[in-house]
Design a protein. Structure first.
Length: 411
């Protein structure tokens, strides 16, 4: 066959390969993705919420791993009215010409006369006349997305908690959030059904946000499969008392957060010092504070730890058994009994730190009173494990009660 003919055939083959593979390549890249992630919990005039800050950090990390550019470069926490207005305005500018725009809000939200309002941390209304000046109408977010040229808009509201101003007798105030009209190419996800109240959660994250982060990280799920998995997980986690809700207009094409293997390398890991302290901040066990001081002698919270021990706020406890703690140093094959989480290798060090082969860091502390070892991971998960008598295996559970096994993979 003449060489010219061969070249022509190869060109035709390469052309059709490019045509056939183009949609998949587009699904892999997803185009330009922009997100605004907000967590409001430190309210000044009403009850504070425990989890929005950690919810927002978890979502920010998850979305960065999925290729999103975040407004402000990170989760925006505890925004007052001027800062919330400015963040949404910046979001509106940034999404112009983007392929995907995503808005996530965790915090207080309220429904008044069929309209949904996001509550800044400095809000203190006494009547419905104050709402326009002290709060943010959730439809403002949708208006920022309209006309931006995006292919997909996502609005995620983990804000269906109790109305913090219910005792003030505001006319037209109702529980939960109202269902909003989804403009073309828009998906709106609520933590629970319209008019219902969602749980803030007691394990560091709300049930909804934890389920959402887990579902997003599952490769090969399109956007509607992701939210279906979230609904099933939250319903199971809350024994059916909370059922997430989805409102959507027709969406052209398929969108995947991850269409290939997930690698958690999206920016700096959480500060192990802060992660460790957050896990023991409410503890009444002196061993937790002693462990913190050993592992972070120059840490951010050393003075607080000493104060709690000196003031007798926690009971005295025996020192950590060094021989028991040393028994876990080495490489371990880490297995969570969940189809969402693949097996990983955890390298445990004698200095109280550890590192998964996915890049996730962690710290660990040995509790002699319960003969258990607590592992606090930078992606906000905690595993409490029991070491076997021969120090070759560990068994335990994560925050959700899912079984975790570990077996030593080296000497």
């Amino acid at each position: 066959m003449p060489s010219g003919s061969l070249v022509s055939i190869l060109r035709v083959v390469m052309f059709w390969l490019a045509v056939l593979l183009a949609p998949d390549a587009q699904a892999q890249s997803g185009g330009r993705r922009v997100a605004l992630v907000i967590g409001n919990g430190a309210y000044r005039d009403v009850a504070r919420l425990a989890n929005p800050a950690s919810d927002a950090r978890l979502m920010a990390q998850t979305l960065q791993a999925a290729g999103f550019t975040l407004i402000g470069g990170q989760a925006q926490l505890d925004l007052d009215k001027p800062r919330l207005d400015r963040a949404i305005q910046d979001f509106g500018h940034a999404v112009q010409g983007a392929d995907v725009a995503l808005f996530y809000y965790s915090g207080h939200g309220m429904q008044v006369q069929g309209e949904n309002w996001l509550v800044p941390v400095d809000a203190n209304p006494t009547s419905t006349r104050d709402l326009d000046f002290q709060m943010v109408d959730a439809s403002l977010v949708l208006r920022q997305m309209e006309g931006a040229g995006t292919k997909l808009n996502l609005v995620i509201l983990d804000a269906c908690r109790n109305n913090p101003f219910a005792s003030r007798g505001m006319r037209g105030a109702q529980g939960g959030l109202a269902e909003m009209h989804a403009p073309e190419g828009t998906v709106i996800s609520y933590a629970t059904q319209p008019g219902n109240v969602a749980a803030d959660g007691s394990s560091g994250n709300s049930p909804y946000t934890r389920a959402l982060a887990d579902a997003i990280r599952r490769p090969g799920l399109d956007i509607f499969q992701v939210f279906n998995q979230v609904g099933l997980a939250v319903k199971q986690q809350t024994a059916g008392t909370q059922q997430p809700w989805l409102a959507s207009s027709p969406v052209s094409g398929n969108f995947y957060f991850f269409s290939g293997p997930v690698t958690v390398t999206s920016g700096p890991a959480a500060d192990p010092d802060t992660v460790f302290w957050q896990s023991i901040a409410n503890s009444s066990n002196a061993a937790d504070y002693q462990a913190y001081l050993r592992q972070f002698p120059q840490g951010h919270f050393v003075e607080l730890a000493h104060n709690r021990l000196t003031a007798g706020a926690v009971p005295a406890s025996a020192p950590v058994s060094r021989s028991s703690a040393d028994a876990i140093v080495g490489n371990w094959l880490w297995s969570v009994h969940s189809f969402v989480v693949p097996d990983r290798v955890n390298t445990i060090r004698a200095d109280g730190t550890c590192l998964l082969n996915t890049g996730t860091s962690c710290v660990w502390v040995y509790d002699p009173s319960g003969q258990s070892i607590k592992f606090i991971f930078s992606d906000h998960w905690t595993h409490v494990m029991q070491l076997s008598a021969d120090a070759r295996s560990m068994k335990g559970k994560d925050d959700w009660g899912t079984a975790v096994d570990a077996t030593r993979s080296g000497p």
